[in-house]
Write a protein that binds this ligand. Sequence first.
Ligand code: APR
Length: 316
Amino acid sequence: RPKATVAVLGAAGGIGQPVALLLKLNPLIGDLRLYDIVNTPGVGADLSHINTGAKVTAFMGDAQLCDALSGCDLVIIPAGVPRKPGMTRDDLFNINAKIVKTLIEAVATYCPNAWIGIISNPVNSTVPIAAEVLKQKGVYDPLKLFGVTTLDVVRAETFVAEILGVDPKDVTVPVIGGHAGTTILPLLSQAMPALSLDDDKAKALMDRIQNAGTEVVNAKAGAGSATLSMAYAASEFADACLRALNGDTGVVLCTYVASNVTDLPFFASPVRLGKGGVEEFLPIGEMNKLEQENFEEMKGQLAINIKKGVDFVTGG
Ligand code: APR
């Protein structure tokens, strides 16, 4: 298989730039396309001097979106406005919903077979928006559309490793549900290696993982939301997709996808990837009482978020 062609839409932004840098280092990528409405020539020129194989090309503005997307295998979308203190991910809806809709219309037209990873928040709603747009265009493949929730897993594994005093690379924690507040459900009872926490400590750790994005928003004091850790997570996500596209049959990832694992139409859970996208939904495993309670509570909120995305496109 030839090396992959990957586009980053929103490549000049706080997430876009570091994600482009990390993708420039990925040996599975032959062609790296940077698209934004501003500043991509500078970002592209800068990255193009790095002595790795991926060829970097910059595209700017609507007129160049077609060239940016044609022939892409994977499109990563961090375009949009970031969160400021006091805002929830849902507050971003009106601006980012329009941006995602426009960009997905272009993806549907110029690279309808590409895998798509959406970072633009609120992911709980922007992924359903993308699905509806792709459906309207007649090119929806639910197995290839993802919300990039990898950062929730990265955070959960980091915080658990801190508690256990081990290398985070040796820790796995499944994180299911959505990508905002209490819809993020880390299954701490399934952490490997095992954690033994009393209920209060488990609840506190769950809260920290659910609100880790807000921890960064507050620390940045008005300058935006998580960018570097999000870019790392997105690069891990992209690498997983590209390994699967290349024929690796053992790639497993927790990601937000159309699924029937629950009665919700979109849900993050562990999946195994194959050449055609999601190949298998892996079992969620048994939840303890605290997790089960959170799971039941979260469903209503996630359903509202999903409906908001669907309604944005269908006018419902
Ligand atoms: N097409 C392409 N790029 C766009 C568009 C568009 N229609 N509209 C905005 N952008 C670009 C901006 O020009 C900017 O370069 O998206 C980039 C966003 O970058 P930042 O403002 O720095 O925001 P960032 O912190 O990267 O967050 C982006 O990701 O995690 C989410 O909540 C976050 O939704 C937000 C998004």
